[in-house]
Design a binder for this molecule. Sequence first.
Ligand code: GDP
Ligand code: MN
Ligand code: MN
Length: 253
Amino acid sequence: MKMEVLTVDGLPLVQPGDNIAQMICENIALEDGDIVVIASTIVAKAEGRLFTLEGIVPGELALRLGEKGDRDPRIVQAVLDRSHECLIGYPMMLMQSKGAHVCINAGIDDSNVEGGKFVELPEDSDASACAIGEELERLSGKSLSVIITDTNGRAFRIGQTGVAIGVYHIKPIKDWKGTRDLFGLELKISEEAVADEVAAAANILMGEGNGGNPVVIVRGLNLRTDREVSITDLYRPDNEDIVKQALRSFKQV
Ligand code: GDP
Ligand code: MN
Ligand code: MN
């Protein structure tokens, strides 16, 4: 078996209003079945989801968390404004964003953004993936999948990896339940987070710094589906999430 992972070279700094699909098609010949993996940072830039700290007035909670975490309370307020729930308030802020995604700082980020600005995550990354995917398929005439990624830390382990936060034409989970292992034993709980695995592979070529590689093509995997898909398949239902429940019971905000 073989899979290929390719950068799309020659992409410019992305500006609000840019057509990412067109930029990609101008710089690489896509093939049927390609998974086009796109860093959320450029999706956010193209969607104009940029802001500065100017004019942000921190409220009482932001001031308190800012002091405890030794952080600019305006950044804390910006994080709170984009969050549904605070799971850890300090020393870092682990937030459930307005969607179901849980990550540090609700995904706001000032790296790889010009002019002291911050990017925030796309409002609905599935919708963004779908819009870009449909445009890519129209322009290229190929059948494709899209994954929008962000770089996230993990509990228990040092280091960050690429994760999927929005999908188009690829099921985020591959279900192994009911299949057999090498010795005929039936698999009862195995679900493989394929969208995250592809995101992590692509993120190796993206890197986190000044590489200028926000789009990576993963070729040779047979993961495309025509069905409607959603990244929410990858998020554990709230009432079944024991770790979240533990964090809530421990809350120190
Ligand atoms: P995130 O993982 O979505 O937060 O994005 P990163 O900030 O880690 O950037 C991922 C990759 O995209 C890195 O190689 C960056 O240099 C690159 N990158 C970020 N913004 C741009 C851009 O506007 N244009 C280009 N060409 N590359 C970018
Ligand atoms: Mn990011
Ligand atoms: Mn990154």
